[in-house]
Design a protein around this ligand. Structure first.
Ligand code: ATP
Ligand code: MG
Length: 570
């Protein structure tokens, strides 16, 4: 492609509203433009990267017998009403009405549409399993669209859905998907981890997120330094055997702790370690108030609370609810002498606290030497806290370390969550009607493009891995007024192109400095500069990633390119 004929509007200045590197560089290098918050146009270079990402995704989906379809982005409200998500999805779902006042959603995801499609067509186990996928724009009115393509309101997703007659069949496809995702992100050269994720209301442990390791990631990943264990911090299990101290049980005392409300304040006021304090939180769990206890230095993980209690919703109780229950304010709450029938659950660490400190349920007072069983009752001890750096890895190998990640993919065993309410059923080999067992699998194609840009760049610009670079070669004659240069560059353009490399030919009558700066910014793997030695048939070559330069003769260029692209591991 001749650069004079395409559209690559590069910018010298960093756009003020772009706050992460990938966003800045994709704008500056002319890959994307923002239309409005969270909504982008892909310019020619951006579109080419998307296409390369898409082809990798298609190849890997096809390899595991996924079949491509395209479903509508505009979806009638009735489908979403069947599963109840019309009401539960909230403001993220973009809704609109047609001229007859019928309601629609712009597809945020396609479980409803695909289940309704198949339920009319697939009625026998003989036609299962089936995996369908599509690559399409998704719409989500995100609360905080940001970081450019990383969190958009209209973005490109590959979403796949699998349908099965048996759980074993789903398990098999799920494993194949995990392998396909691993292949995809490896081919994209990303530094990633598959992590155990929260399956939310759907339950079950069978969901993994694929996270690209990056300090701008919004998710925290807990991983082991001694094994391949990795989990979203929301889910990471804590497996610690706490040692109960052997100190003698002492009598409970009520002590005044004026204006001391936080664990930190209490611990220093009473001159004890935070580990001796019992943190008491009151949660509203599906309209019932529950006391949740943790050790002072631990944080309660609401997702674990929710999963343990098999609850639909878990929220901190309001001050008013707490007043009504315990006649006390936050800051002096504790588990001792609470009204009969109030459930108390505690993290395992609490069981090991001897002579602990807790709120007295009287404003400005705490109890010292509180002991479980003797002074307060706990209905259930569970794993309720967030994992911490330094905890032992739950698989018994190594120690937990944290890192940040960008979620680029998600695989999920849905079971019958959608097929049941939508009556998506088939007849099994005994002629019994059963709901399909389903899985769903997403990859944020446009988010992946930004994640690659985030991982591969330097202060001069982008550095595309070979597998997704918009072009392979940047051919740059220094001076378009120099006949020898233009003639050699023209020859090389034809030659390289006819050998099936994608070439971007900078035929613009710009100054050399501008051309080189743009070339660095755009970040193609290799640059061939046709300059002063053109008349001798010599060109200067620069590898974008390493900055290495070589001088090649015209005759050897094809061989050299071949060896460069075959040995280069991104
Ligand atoms: P997040 O937690 O980041 O909001 P999600 O759990 O809502 O993601 P899924 O519903 O699992 O995401 O969507 C599948 C994939 O689509 C995600 O793994 C991610 O790569 C991509 N994705 C989700 N939301 C966005 C968005 N707002 N912009 C770009 N890509 C997105
Ligand atoms: Mg989301």
């Amino acid at each position: 492609m001749k650069q004079s004929l395409t559209f690559i509007p590069t910018l010298r200045e960093t756009p003020a509203d772009a706050d992460v590197k990938s966003h800045q560089l994709l704008l500056r290098a002319g890959f994307i433009r923002q239309n409005t918050s969270g909504i982008y146009s892909f310019l020619p270079l951006g579109k080419r990267v998307l296409q390369k990402v898409e082809s990798i995704v298609r190849e890997e989906m096809d390899a595991i017998n996924g079949v491509e379809v395209l479903m509508p982005a505009m979806q009638q409200a009735e489908l979403w009403q069947e599963t109840g998500r019309w009401y539960s999805y909230g403001p993220e779902l973009m809704r609109l009405k047609d001229r007859h006042n019928r309601e629609f959603a712009l597809g945020a995801t396609h479980e409803e549409v695909i289940t309704s499609l198949l339920r009319d067509e697939i009625k026998s186990y003989k036609k299962l399993p089936l995996t369908l996928y599509q690559i399409q724009a998704k719409f989500r009115d995100e609360k905080r669209p940001r970081f450019g393509l990383l969190r958009g309101r209209e973005f490109l997703m590959k979403d796949a859905y699998s349908f099965h007659a048996t759980r074993e069949s789903l398990d098999l496809t799920y494993d194949h998907m995990v392998q396909a995702y691993t292949n995809i992100f490896t081919r994209l050269a990303l530094d990633f981890r598959a992590v155990i994720a929260d399956s939310g209301a759907i339950g079950g442990k069978d969901t993994h997120e694929f996270m690209v390791l990056s300090e701008i990631g919004e998710d925290t990943i807990a991983y082991s330094d001694g094994s391949d264990f990795a989990a979203n911090i929301e889910m990471a299990e804590v497996k610690v055997s706490y040692q109960t101290s052997t100190e003698e049980l002492r009598d409970v005392e009520k002590v005044a702790t004026p204006n001391q409300r936080t664990i930190d304040q209490i611990a220093s006021f009473l001159n004890v370690e935070e580990q001796r304090c019992i943190k008491t939180l009151v949660y509203n769990v599906d309209d019932q108030l529950v006391l949740v206890l943790a050790r002072g230095d631990h944080e309660i993980n609401e997702i674990k609370v929710k999963n343990v209690l098999e609850a639909k919703s878990v929220e901190l109780a309001t001050e008013e609810e707490i007043q009504n229950l315990l006649n006390c304010e936050v800051g002096s709450l504790g588990p001792v002498q609470i009204p009969v029938g109030v459930k108390v659950i505690a993290d395992h660490a609490v069981a090991a606290i001897r002579n602990g400190i807790c709120g007295a349920n009287v404003a400005g007072f705490h109890l010292v030497n509180a002991n479980p069983e003797r002074d307060y009752l706990v209905n259930q001890y569970e794993d309720l806290r967030f994992v911490m750096e330094g905890d032992p890895s739950p698989d018994g190998k190594g120690t937990i370390v944290f890192t940040q990640g960008i979620e680029v993919g998600h695989v999920f065993k849905l079971g019958t969550t959608y097929s049941e309410p939508m009556k998506g059923t088939f007849l099994d080999d005994n002629g019994r009607s059963k709901p399909y067992i389903m899985g769903c699998y997403g990859i944020g194609i446009s988010r992946v493009m930004a994640a690659v840009a985030e991982q591969f760049q330097d202060d001069k610009g982008l550095i595309w891995p070979m597998t997704v670079a918009p072009y392979d070669v940047h051919l740059v004659p220094v001076n378009m007024k120099d006949e020898a240069q233009v003639s050699l560059a023209d020859d090389l353009y034809t030659l390289i192109k006819s050998n099936r490399y994608d070439v971007l030919y900078d035929d613009r009558a710009e100054r050399a400095g501008v051309k080189f700066a743009d070339s660095d910014l755009i970040g193609l793997p290799i640059r061939i500069v046709v300059g002063k030695k053109a008349s001798e048939g010599l060109v200067e070559v620069k590898i974008r990633k390493t900055g290495e330069t070589f001088e090649w003769k015209k005759e050897e260029i094809l061989d050299q390119l071949q060896s460069f692209f075959s040995t280069l591991k991104n």
